[in-house]
Design a protein around this ligand. Sequence first.
Ligand SMILES: Cc1cc2nc3c(=O)[nH]c(=O)nc-3n(C[C@H](O)[C@H](O)[C@H](O)COP(=O)(O)OP(=O)(O)OC[C@H]3O[C@@H](n4cnc5c(N)ncnc54)[C@H](O)[C@@H]3O)c2cc1C
Length: 385
Amino acid sequence: MAHPPQPYDLAIIGASFAGLAAAKTAAMRGLKVAVLDPKPGAGDHVTTTGILVQEAAEEFDIPHSLTRRVHGVRLYAPNLKHVDLFAPGSFFLTTEPGRLLDWLAQEAMRAGAHLLWRTPFTGAGRQGGVFTFSGVNISARHIIGADGARSAVARYFGLGRNKRFLAAIEAQFDHLEGADTRFLHCFLDSSIAPGHIAWVVPGLSAFHAGLAAAPGRRPHLKAFLKKSEPIFGFAKAKAIGHTRGRIPCGGLVKPWAIPGITLIGDAAGMASPMTGGGIRYALGFGRRSAQVVADHLLHFGPPPEIALARVLPRFALDHVLRAGLNLAPPNSLLSAAFGTPAIRWLARHIYFRSRGSQGVSLADFEARLASLESKDSTASAGVFR
Ligand SMILES: Cc1cc2nc3c(=O)[nH]c(=O)nc-3n(C[C@H](O)[C@H](O)[C@H](O)COP(=O)(O)OP(=O)(O)OC[C@H]3O[C@@H](n4cnc5c(N)ncnc54)[C@H](O)[C@@H]3O)c2cc1C
């Protein structure tokens, strides 16, 4: 005799940043939660560099041991001249994304969510306000689609789908002798990374060397590694991994929610069209969507498609900047414009938002960083005051 499906309040599709953040909050707020993902575990098949912008670091408590604090950005012109950008008190957190996702999964489980690995979403029928899933014997009253840029939930239920993507590719190395770990190294080069940037990022236990290209263009990883070999010395390092992925850059999909189904994270197009950064939005809207769904299901709160509409990211300036970047200006123009105050202002705005670097010289910055190295790094928060 067939068993009746196991009833959940909420089924979350996708166990990455958005889905796991949502699972923890929903379970803590009293919902019975199942999370479905085809991966064997949270930290497997990860396709992100894992940089957290400062806003994410401030909004979420992430274990110190899973992060490295990086204060500056070294921005290179196509001719490899560079400027160092920083802002007092500003930083990025680089992470080991697989371990960070494993930790998020532990947190969700500790809160009471059931994580169903090796379980893809393949479809669901709906009857009387309850979804019954194909291929797995569960039912749920609400679905959160957190299944990434090419969401199966969006496709299956006819919600909005991402149409424009940055193509990204990355290699990881065990150690790069030439990499100054105080900086995210970012490269402008329209022939190698047309319409975006290339990067070398000091993570926790690996260095990430990657790049992305605007819609319809190709990123050239080999050419980038060759060009920046004299700076970083890839030839002497061991390559320990390789990833590629697509980053939505067309903004929020429409519709991103219908009664009973809510898309979040990359599935909803919640990544910056300009930088491609999406982890902050995935974590933030993961948590917020779960609060709203819990309120709706347990306390007659407004439906998520209404409650969340007020707080969605709009990316207005990012869309303008993305349109400019899509033109992939020739390298000669980029190199000529590179040292001008306007470009520096723009770069500083993109990397550090409104936080300026007035009053602190680079020499001062470096001296303070050097003094930090001999101290406990947990004391770094107040260093620029
Ligand atoms: C190379 C690269 C580097 C990046 N670097 C950064 C960075 O440094 N900082 C930053 O902020 N952003 C970065 N991004 C973007 C960032 O990774 C994403 O915005 C973020 O991962 C989105 O999280 P998410 O949870 O919405 O989706 P994802 O992380 O894409 O996770 C989707 C999950 O859904 C699961 N899934 C897929 N299909 C199904 C299905 N049918 N059923 C069930 N589950 C399914 C997948 O297995 C996966 O676990 C990068 C992206 C790429 C490609």
